[in-house]
Design a protein around this ligand. Structure first.
Ligand code: GAP
Length: 564
């Protein structure tokens, strides 16, 4: 599947629109249209139902170390600024950024290499002088390189130092032949072409957009700032939350005191998060406003490794159950160098999104063992790593760098009479990334017979029925002979139970294909025979099988087939 086809379908059928499109759009922000909002709501509801409301705390789930409880929370998006100082986000939630001195575009330093692989000017250069970025060495022919620099290079990579030097009256040809003489790696060639010092000292990768030279990487905090109240100063500055998790940690004691939950238990939350991503891209994959579905699971330190394994596997299976295929979905343990500042173990659930280069996977969800980092930080103050553990971070004069709440966030087990700071396992999923993965996985094109039995191409979204925005479409075969009246009656009944759609316009084959394209699992057709014997046809989106049922039994039939 080409990503452009899915993007076009999402726009055409009302799944996703660019935010503020009539004003030219706002990069990194997306609006869900009438069908998209249903899809995302179904994802959220499947998650909430499977993780929270239908969870039975009296029975030990298969593979779980013990029975456990789950409760929900909905915390505010804007919280006290001290939350972000103690959590580490204020000081550490940075990406390294580089900007182009020529075109002024900004890039995430760790993405420059990937972006160069897709860059128009790099692809054109590689074609002109015959190399691939994967090659170990390349020897550029001086004449081919010279031609490219004067032609396509000048057009597509005006910021490239070698293009600019060629523009100058003297020395251009000489430096080109100097560059072309030496065999080097393709990456080194790119760096040399972009450097005014083409001898190779202090080489840095060029701008993926125009070939210009990039600044030194510098830190950029991803939190959106805002001000609370009428006065805009440092005191009133706070942030839009970059994760929902902290709202759970700061409410840990409130939940303990207001419910009868006992460890082990989890607090679940779904909500918007905001990150001022430097380069939002890949459709909704990396957005600046997105929705998270997070669980903070509190357990005794001694049982935390077992709970970590349980949640890793449980969350992976959730995606499999909702239709993500085996080889495009994987569970990957982080190496020690990848771990976040708080984490003592993380696994990512990843999907091979079609917009990524072959063999690359994108993160859908992270499952992290956060130890006692967060609760301790909100009690004592911001922690820093030391000798494999965490200690309170202090200023040069010995003061705590950021003071915690000073509140007691320990847990007292009245059976064992032990007091301890619980350890936390955090399965943290993105609702928008899940929606994108389900859409990518569901998109298919195949051939089906039309009304005359001739093969015709169709686009079909093979969404899991739980996720499909519309569960059933009710279609009178023709718009006369009393068929619409019967169809409307059935529609009225079904709408009380399922998300249903009524359509009487156009040829029946075209109406089926419109439903296939948005993933509707079942269509019910009212035809001449309905008027005679009260039966209707039900059609299955995937198998295309059609069978007849009594019109009064539509709801029961669908309930059986949809499983809810
Ligand atoms: N509380 C931990 C946490 O926030 P994360 O890996 O930064 O961890 C968790 O985010 C999930 O949130 C990711 O796996 C992803 O699904 C989603 N997510 C993060 N940044 C995102 C972005 N810019 N756009 C869309 N989804 C994002």
């Amino acid at each position: 599947m080409q990503m452009e086809q899915l993007v076009a379908l999402c726009k055409r059928r009302g799944f996703l629109f660019q935010s503020s499109e009539i004003y030219g759009g706002l990069n990194g922000f997306w609006d869900y249209g009438p069908l998209g909002v249903e899809l995302k709501r179904n994802i959220r509801e499947a998650w909430w139902r499977d993780m929270v409301t239908s969870h039975n705390e009296l029975v030990c789930p298969p593979e779980a170390p013990s029975p456990y409880e789950m409760v929900g929370l909905d915390a505010a998006i804007i919280m006290h600024p001290q939350v972000w100082k103690c959590s580490g986000h204020y000081d550490q939630f940075h990406d390294l950024m580089q900007s182009c001195k020529y075109c002024k575009k900004l890039f995430r330093a760790d993405q420059v290499g990937d972006m160069l692989r897709e860059s128009e000017w790099v692809l054109s250069l590689a074609e002109a002088i015959g190399f691939q970025l994967e090659d170990s060495r390349v020897l550029a022919r001086a004449d081919a390189l010279h031609r490219w620099l004067k032609g396509k290079g000048k057009k597509f990579a005006p910021g490239l130092a070698a293009v600019q030097q060629l523009e100058q009256a003297d020395g251009g040809a000489q430096s080109t032949s100097q560059l072309a003489e030496q065999s080097c790696s393709p990456w080194e060639l790119l760096a040399r072409l972009s450097s005014s010092d083409q001898g190779g000292n202090g080489l840095r990768l060029p701008c993926p957009n125009c070939g210009g030279s990039l600044t030194e990487p510098r830190e950029f905090n991803l939190m959106f700032e805002t001000y609370v109240g009428a006065v805009r100063d440092e005191q009133s500055k706070t942030f839009l939350r970059p994760e929902t998790a902290q709202g759970i940690f700061v409410n840990f004691k409130n939940v303990l005191d207001s419910t009868r939950v006992k460890i082990p238990f989890g607090i679940a939350q779904i909500g918007k998060s905001f990150r001022n991503e430097i380069t939002p891209r890949y459709f909704t994959f990396r957005s600046r406003e997105f929705e998270q579905m997070e669980i903070e699971f509190f357990c005794h330190p001694s049982t935390s490794p077992a709970w970590y394994r349980y949640w890793r596997d449980r969350r992976y299976q959730w995606y499999v159950d909702l239709g993500l295929a085996g080889d495009r979905l994987r569970l990957r343990d982080h190496g020690p160098e990848e771990l976040s500042h708080y984490s003592c173990g993380t696994a990512d659930i990843e999907y091979a999104f079609p917009f990524l280069p072959p063999g690359q996977f994108g993160e859908l969800e992270g499952v992290a063992h956060r130890g006692d980092f967060d609760l301790r930080s909100h009690m004592e103050g911001k922690l820093a790593r030391q000798n494999g553990g965490f200690v309170l971070e202090r200023t040069p004069t010995g003061e705590p760098k950021y003071r915690g709440s000073g509140k007691d966030l320990t847990y007292y087990d009245d059976q064992t009479q032990e007091r301890y700071i619980p350890h936390v396992i955090e399965p943290s999923a993105g609702a928008d990334r899940a929606a994108l993965a389900f859409l990518c996985e569901a998109y298919a094109e195949d051939e089906v017979p039309d009304e005359k039995g001739q093969p015709t191409r169709r686009v079909v979204l093979r969404l899991h029925p739980r996720l499909a925005p519309i569960k059933v479409a009710v279609l009178p075969l023709v718009k006369k002979e009393g068929m619409p009246e019967v169809a409307q009656e059935i529609y009225g009944e079904l709408k009380r139970h399922f998300s249903s759609f009524y359509d009487e316009k156009g040829a029946i084959g075209r109406r089926y294909r419109r439903q296939d394209e948005v993933g509707t699992p079942f269509c019910i057709t009212i035809d001449g025979q309905t008027l005679v014997d009260g039966t209707v046809t039900i059609r299955d989106r995937d198998s295309l099988r059609q069978w007849r049922i009594k019109k009064d039994e539509c709801a029961a039939e669908l309930r059986g087939r949809l499983g809810f």
